[in-house]
Ligand binder design. Sequence first.
Ligand SMILES: *Cc1c(COP(=O)(O)O)cnc(C)c1O
Length: 721
Amino acid sequence: MAESSRKGFAHVPERISGLVDLAYNLWWSWNPAVKMVFKQLNPIAWSESVHNPVRMLHELPEETLIAASKNSLYLRHYDIVMSRFRHELETRDSWFAARTSFDRNLTIAYFSAEYGLQHSLPFYAGGLGFLAGDHLKESSDLGLPLVAVGFMYSEGYLHQHIGADGWQENIRELLNRDAAPIKRVMYNHDNQLVAKIPFIDPPIYVAVWRVDVGNIPLILLDTDIKENDPSNRLISYRLYTGDNELRLRQEIVLGIGGSYVLDVLGIRPSIVHLNEGHPAFALLERIREQVAEKVSFEEASKRVRDTTLFTTHTPVPAGHDKFPHVLMDKYFNHYYPLLGIDRSTFLQMGHSPTDQQGLFNMTAFALKMSAFRNGVSKKHGEVARAMWRPLWPDLPEDKVPITHITNGVHVPTWLDPKMELLLNQYFSPSCPRWLDHHDSPLIWEMISEVPDEELWLVHAQLKRKLVNRIREFKRRKWVGEGADPVNVITGGSLLDPSALTIGFARRFSTYKRADLIFYDIERLRKIVNNRWKPVQFVFAGKAHPADDEGKRLIQKVYKYAHQQDFGGRIAFVEDYGEQMAQYLVHGVDIWLNNPVPPMEACGTSGMKASLNGVLHMSIPDGWWIEGYNGTNGWSFGNNFSGNPQDRDRHDAMQLYDLLEHEVVPLYYTVSDDGLPHMWVKKMKEAIRTTAHQFSSRRMLKDYVRMGYGPALEAAALYPKK
Ligand SMILES: *Cc1c(COP(=O)(O)O)cnc(C)c1O
């Protein structure tokens, strides 16, 4: 794959020109020592670039770079990092290589509509994206032969501003492609590769970009190009449009376009993994390619099914795309004959007995056409089996062929670097490369060797960093944009780094119940305003632009943040994204999670928090059913058996009880040495029991063992193109 010669870096001296390669590979982002080679060039410029080395290198004056290229201390660090980088890219002795017996070129193609990798790439809306991003990083660490496909969104998801009335506003901001770590894929020296989506009428063109995630290439499709008419340019403009036809066209581009582009690039996937139903049309294109080579439809679809994995992510009904047959006809009338089938067989593939007639259901289609299907936690596996049982009417529910692999998070990305340094001090004498074995429970037993005061000190630093960061953000808004003082206060400028701090940050979907804690305002007020044991809440998150219910929830939280008698102890932080997530999951004391069960298929933000000793306080749903052991955090909202409309009351009462009788007293019980030893004990228990199990390393190994392995074996039986 030829890539663009990157213009704009002529001022980087030859001696340190490797910085440009490093900047264009996100590998730097999960290696703190590597981050430092950028930061050391100029810490202020690093901060002003919002930790985006491509932008920073563009902007740094030549003198700074020349000085660095002559500084022997800097060069020593640079050389070490570059040699690690080259080794990382060249290494062949990975975990995957060591365990696999396959001796030929294998490729796993991974398709997802969103990727959460780093904040300079706004290609995500929430958890699904971060799961995909962490999947790629971990695949690189384990040496999986994976190629990923996604979208180059011009505008990303949305940039959130909260108006004076608490209503979410969207600030439009286009991605500056020249300042982002993305590269054009070229087809000759001067021209970016542009492909026409096969057999789809009216025609759609995509330009091809690439992001390097360690060893994993992520191929991005871009329709916002001059070859397309204005309506087609919109296809990759932003994530998840509310317009059903535009959405269908997005999914055509992702699935069919994505498969076709891989083919043009000479990449022939042995197996395909569909992350959620959005990219499922990829299966059609795989079948079509084989039918074009005279394989029958039946045989081609069997081969495709045997070599496809599908992960479903949500029990929320609106999370499953369905397209009316009239729309399917409009786009596929030239396409389905190429599969060697008639219209009704074609539409039948997307039929689900759970729908009314006349809809093509992407999840049903993906479930029927994949050999390996999974939900994303043990509980979600059960929920998915019950939900999709109508597709297998002859089987009892527990035999419905959908299993589960519980999600995990990429430890090097989500473990705070200061916390990592601390653990390193106590782990590395017994196991110098402990981070390479972080999915082993034994490693984390060593947490007991970390002295309480040191763990507490690091935690307190991270909390101060969070509070400072939030205040500084508001201060700048006030100074720079003349933000309203009330907005400055609701945004968190009165937060107190010594108060018990509870974080609630995630997408504002109704089922996540961001307003649960406000069920009984008087009771909450007493908890928050306890003179000697104050409690503060930090909220953050975006509502889908078409979701007015979600926006009303934000408005409600914002209204309480406004109220003088909460004393600025309830804050709503605008524009939640990867960077604020890092501050929050490292820096609060408690991570609150209160969805309506069983709607949270898994949840991952609580895993990021627990890994850093931030205690998870959650409804028993998603991963927490597997994660909670009675002492590593808290569970509330248990044993509910009334009418659904009474659920909020029940859960809120348990939450208040827990805070009043257990959590707040525990936090404020300090020994003579000034430390809350019982709290720190719980922090250690959280780290010890969750870090390994809810890592993306454990998750990826599960995918290889249960899904990729068998599918690769099946692929070996079929002729390879
Ligand atoms: C991890 C993460 C999420 C996912 O949160 P859930 O707990 O799954 O809702 C969403 N947004 C950001 C920015 C994240 O880092």
